[in-house]
Structure formats: structure tokens, C-alpha cells
Design a protein around this ligand. Structure first.
Ligand code: UP5
Ligand code: MG
Length: 199
């Protein structure tokens, strides 16, 4: 059948910037499907018989970025399954991806021409606020990377590898930045203004 080309918004920002929280709110009011690359990787880590489970577990705990061949397959499969179930669901928030040069290359290799990246929604939040939020969540999140040691590494990876990707999109006028250090509702008000304008 004639399927729509997926329309993608990349959602980026430091660990704990509020990407997941805001994406959950977006899908309540807008026609988007939320795909968190981190959630997909954690599910793959937990999947019985996964050949990548251990590797993913190690990368996540070390705050390192999993080789894109793994992540892109999970994202592509999730997009395809969503669209096969309901052809009207062709708009995606891809949360926490692309995080580095390898991710970007992998996306371009696999998805170039097959999906349109509309813009990057960037949740801008200071490192201290990010760390505090993740440590607070770590009291009961069960996430293996919500501890001080992993968080230092996640922040380093974000600064070294992910910020340059955001800057690259910025050069092309493709970044919509929100001050994410404020309350959830204030952040979401800005998000709504952006989405209402972008359509
Ligand atoms: N909170 C949220 N918004 C708040 C606000 N405005 N005010 C006060 N509190 C707020 O929020 C984090 C916490 O803060 C929550 O307790 C929330 O209630 C509170 P959340 O919405 O979860 O923030 P988010 O940005 O989604 O934080 P997350 O920890 O998920 O970000 P990361 O980017 O670190 O995690 P992710 O799951 O994307 O990736 C984890 C790891 O997976 C990576 O480190 C990497 O090892 C691996 N990974 C890859 O290798 N490749 C990928 O493509 C993706 C991930
Ligand atoms: Mg998240």
C-alpha cells in the first residue's frame, strides 16, 4: 500500500533534561508516536535471547553510545510496526538519538530518503540540574545509570559527542531550543508554541 513517509522530530538534550517527560506530554495532545532510543535499547537488553543484551548493558552503565547498527534497527523496526498497525501514524518523536557522529551516519545510511527530519527539539538544561534530577530519580528508577559514577560519564559523553551534533543541526537552522531548567508545565508551554507553529 501507499505509505506516508515518516516525519521525524529528533528530541535531544542532556541526561535528565526532560526529553521523556515532555515527549509523554506531547503525545497526549499531538499526533505523534514517541520512540525513545534509550527505552528501545533497555527493552532489547532485557529481551530473552538477544545477542546484544550484555553489550547494551555495558554501554549504558558506562554512559557510552551503543554502535548504531543496533540502535537504528530497533528504531526502524518500531517505526515500521507503528505504521503497519495504523498508516495515519507516520509522525515520530525520536528521543535521545542521534547522539554522535556514528549515530548520524547510521541514520543517513539507512533512512536517507525514507524519512524526513523536520527539526531537532532541543531541551537545554545545565549539567547540575540534569545530574540532580537523575540522582533523585535514581532513588527508585532501577536504572543502572542513575548513579553518580555513570552520570559523570553520561555528561561527558553528552558534552563531547552529542553537543557537536546539535551544533551541526543548528548550522542548518534546524534546532528549536527550549529552556528545560524550568518547571515541567513552563517547558511544555514553550514546546506547544513550537509544535503549533511547525505543524
Ligand atoms: N523531570 C523532568 N522534567 C523536569 C522538570 N522540568 N522539572 C523537574 N523535574 C523534571 O526526566 C528525568 C527526571 O527529571 C525524571 O525523574 C523527571 O520526573 C524529572 P526525563 O524526562 O526522564 O529526562 P530524559 O531527558 O528523558 O532523561 P534520560 O535519563 O532518559 O536521558 P538520557 O539521554 O541520559 O537517557 P536515554 O535513555 O536516552 O539513554 C540512556 C543510555 O542509553 C545512554 O547513556 C546510552 O548509553 C544509551 N543510548 C545509546 O547508546 N544510543 C541511543 O541512541 C540512545 C541511548
Ligand atoms: Mg529519557
Amino acid at each position: 500500500s501507499l505509505m506516508m513517509k515518516p516525519q521525524v522530530v529528533f528530541v535531544l538534550g542532556g541526561p535528565g533534561a526532560g526529553k521523556g517527560t515532555q515527549c509523554s506530554k506531547i503525545v497526549e495532545s499531538y499526533n505523534y508516536t514517541h520512540l525513545s532510543a534509550g527505552d528501545l535499547l533497555r527493552a532489547e537488553r532485557a529481551r530473552e535471547g538477544s545477542e546484544f543484551g550484555q553489550l547494551i548493558g555495558n554501554y549504558i552503565k558506562e554512559g557510552k553510545i551503543v554502535p548504531v547498527e543496533i540502535t537504528i534497527n530497533l528504531l526502524k523496526k518500531a517505526m515500521e510496526e507503528t505504521m503497519q498497525k495504523d498508516e495515519k501514524k507516520f509522525r515520530f518523536l525520536i528521543d535521545g538519538f542521534p547522539r554522535n557522529e556514528d549515530n548520524l551516519q547510521g541514520w543517513n545510511n539507512v533512512m536517507d530518503g525514507k524519512a524526513d527530519v523536520k527539526f531537532v527539539l532541543f531541551f537545554d538544561c545545565g549539567n547540575e540540574v540534569c545530574i540532580d534530577r537523575c540522582l533523585e530519580r535514581g532513588k527508585n528508577s532501577g536504572r543502572t545509570d542513575d548513579n553518580r559514577e555513570s552520570l559523570e560519564k553520561r555528561i561527558q559523553t553528552y558534552l563531547q559527542s552529542t553537543q557537536p551534533i546539535i551544533k551541526l543541526y543548528e548550522k542548518h537552522g534546524k534546532v528549536r531550543t527550549v529552556d528545560a531548567s524550568r518547571s515541567v508545565d513552563k517547558v511544555f508551554a514553550d514546546v506547544k508554541a513550537i509544535l503549533d507553529k511547525e505543524g
